[in-house]
Design a binder for this molecule. Structure first.
Ligand code: IVH
Length: 675
């Protein structure tokens, strides 16, 4: 008997020691990001524990590292919070923080004040209750007083400790609050799986996190890449705490995962600087954030400030401008592109998104329309991230009323009524009438665009008039225009007519590669045009080149080569080229011409982009700088040569001013690009 007890005691000790070892390595791996052993080594320890527990089931404890999955979540089971889980008041501009600061200082006259700033993680708020160091309950926020018990699901999150790291003194009862989230790059992974299982994809990472925590089967929750940051201590017994920052340190010591970007500040100006910095840089984080939380550090001061019915007076959220909004599709229109491709475009109920009013969004092509199942009348999620072009990323199918209408592309060109042709893969539907007025208008717009012939003032409205009044029937007609023709057009004064004539004149000096790009040959973008001219030196040489000649150029594939040969083989094109050449456009490179990189400001210089550009995305701008021999960096330092400031330029702009670095407006930048 005595011997038997001894054995089970020693097994118990062995099992507990093994668990301790595993918990230590889990902390190192999941919380500290500093693993000390290999994954195989960890798996081996886990296997050993599983075997021991299988042989001695009486040793199994709910806080064993093997016990993450299992147990039932019964949604709707209510769990009372230890202290109310309040929400936060929101502000939408850093300036409103001055008002917050004033209110706080008025209530706490003459007291030294420290603010703490934290990232506001965009996930699902939860409360975790620990008794004697063990996780006993996990709950959602609910109405703030009672949440939903989701313990079994939260236990599957590896960064939530089932047992706390022992410290002295050890709190006996502890409630902590944090935000469960899914890293941004994992959203796709989860959604692909959902689509494969015939379920609607999640609209964003927050919905994915919330949906995964509120599941009935904890095994499914366990398969989702959930993570957590703890942001506050809700309740504690057995330990004295006087500051929020002290609580955060305590929580880190107990083994919780804390966000590393929390900072303390002694002035509201510093708080505002922190907000500006993260407004500009939040895209660099691997998880979604929707703002900054500002908190008064001293708990005594928090107490004196008190709370309103819903939210504390000692904290405030400074929300980032929305990157994602919901709006309605009022109609779907069809646009005819310059190569005749029909593109469905959603006409939206106008909505503000990241500082701009959005009324249109491309739906790309019919397949995309079918894949997303977008219908007229649908409520959709509109998103604008690093890219400036807004995209429809999801459809709220659950909000449908039954009146939404399915849309398909027409069988005829909506402009010239020619029957359309579908490409083999069905992705592209094309109007094949080269004389289609819609195509002609797009071709002229393209020809006049900045990266082509850069004819300032020749935008869509004027192109429309020129084509409708039949002043021009193809691009070459531009060079026969007279000032007298122009002044008769609506909204065209003497001065603008003269400016346009000058811009057309100036386009005769634009480089031959840009002329080639301006012709709008299918698949021939600005870079390909440059490659072709570097190789052939003139448009005439390219026009008579064989398929093999063209394909032999590094970087040019068969599809591009075929498109080029087809373009130049058309008699209509040959006549058109003759007229363009006769108009005096650049037709060949001059051997004396210096390569662009040595003549431009780009070569050898470092650029930083800030804010959004209206004529290109930031990545396109980076490409253009690099093509010209420049470097692009993400942060402003003394090594920066130029900062290119777009709309809503943020802290990088301020920093450039501080350091006395040259700032280029978007206009100045595009001008330098076209030199
Ligand atoms: S403090 C009384 N800090 O934002 C203080 N909340 O309305 C209450 N959140 O649903 C919250 N990150 O789940 C705080 N660093 C952070 C946060 C944070 C995200 C969430 C929280 C709550 C909402 C506040």
């Amino acid at each position: 008997m005595l011997r038997g007890d001894m054995t089970s005691d020693s097994i118990q000790n062995q099992v507990e020691a093994l668990r301790e070892q595993i918990r230590y390595h889990e902390r190192k791996y999941f919380i500290d990001d500093q693993p000390e052993i290999s994954d195989q080594e960890y798996d081996r320890l886990m296997k050993e524990l599983e075997c021991l527990e299988a042989a001695h089931p009486e040793c199994i404890m709910p806080d064993s590292p093997t016990q993450r999955v299992g147990g039932e979540t019964i949604l709707g089971t209510s769990a009372p919070h230890r202290g109310q889980m309040l929400s936060l008041d929101n502000t939408y501009s850093p300036d409103e923080l001055y008002d917050f600061d004033q209110r706080v200082r008025k209530a706490l006259p003459d007291l030294p004040l420290t603010y703490v700033t934290e990232l506001k993680i965009d996930g699902l708020g939860v409360a975790l209750l620990y008794e004697d160091g063990k996780l006993v309950r996990g709950a959602t926020r609910g109405d703030g007083e009672y949440g939903e018990d989701v313990t079994a699901n939260l236990r599957t999150i590896r960064t939530i400790p089932l047992r706390l790291t022992p410290i002295q003194p050890m709190p006996t009862v502890l409630e902590v609050r944090g935000e469960v989230f899914i890293p941004r790059n994992q959203l796709d992974v989860v959604n692909r799986q959902r689509i494969a299982e015939d379920q609607a994809p999640f609209a964003n990472a927050r919905n994915a996190a919330a949906g995964s925590v509120r599941l009935l089967d904890s095994a499914i929750t366990a398969s989702r890449p959930l993570d957590i940051f703890i942001y506050t201590l809700g309740y504690v017994e057995g330990i004295e705490i006087t500051k929020h920052t002290e609580a955060l340190t305590l929580l880190a010591n107990l083994g919780f995962k804390m966000n590393p970007y929390t900072e303390a500040h002694s002035s509201i100006e510093d708080v505002i600087a922190y907000c500006r910095q993260w407004t500009a840089n939040r895209e660099t984080l691997p998880y979604d954030t929707d703002g900054i939380v500002v908190k008064v550090d001293s708990l005594q001061q928090q107490e004196r400030l008190g709370t309103t019915a819903k939210s504390p007076r000692w904290a405030i959220a400074c929300k980032f401008p929305a990157r994602q909004v919901t709006t309605q599709i009022e109609a779907i229109e069809v646009q005819v592109g310059r190569t005749g491709v029909l593109t469905p475009v959603a006409i939206l109920s106008p909505i503000q998104l990241a500082g701009a009013t959005i009324t249109h969004a491309t739906l790309h092509n019919e397949q995309e329309l079918i894949r997303k199942d977008v219908r007229v009348g649908d409520m959709v999620v509109l998103e604008r991230s690093g890219d400036v072009i807004p995209k429809i990323t999801a459809v709220w199918t659950e909000q449908r009323k039954g009146t939404e209408k399915i849309f398909r592309l027409p069988d005829q060109c909506p402009v010239c009524k020619t029957p359309v042709q579908r490409s083999e893969d069905k992705a592209a539907i094309r109007c094949v009438n080269v004389a289609c007025p819609a195509q002609l208008k797009r071709r002229i717009e393209h020809f006049a665009s900045r990266n082509a012939l850069n004819i300032d003032g020749l935008g869509p409205a004027l192109v429309n008039q020129l084509v409708e009044t039949e002043l021009i029937r193809d691009v070459a007609d531009l060079y026969g225009l007279k000032q007298a023709d122009l002044v008769n057009l609506e909204r065209m004064g003497e001065k603008s007519a003269e400016n346009l004539m000058n811009a057309i004149e100036a386009s005769r000096r634009i480089s031959v590669a840009k002329v080639l790009f301006g012709m709008g040959i299918l698949h021939v973008g600005a870079n390909i045009a440059e490659l072709l001219i570097n190789h052939f030196s003139s448009i005439d040489a390219l026009a008579t080149a064989s398929l093999e000649d063209i394909e032999s150029i590094h970087g040019i594939g068969p599809q591009i080569a075929e498109s080029i040969v087809h373009f130049f083989s058309q008699p209509r094109v040959q006549a058109f080229l003759k007229r363009l050449k006769a108009a005096g456009l650049q037709w060949a490179t001059e051997s004396s011409e210096l390569p662009e990189t040595t003549a431009s400001i780009f070569a050898g210089h470092t650029f930083v982009l800030t804010g959004s550009l209206s004529t290109m995305t930031r990545s396109e701008a980076s490409e253009k700088i690099k093509e010209r021999g420049g470097r692009v960096s993400s942060s402003v330092s003394r090594k920066t040569d130029f900062v290119i400031a777009g709309d809503l330029a943020g802290s990088k702009y301020d920093r450039a001013i501080q350091l006395g670095i040259s700032i280029l407006t978007e206009q100045e930048f595009t001008k330098k690009l076209s030199r």
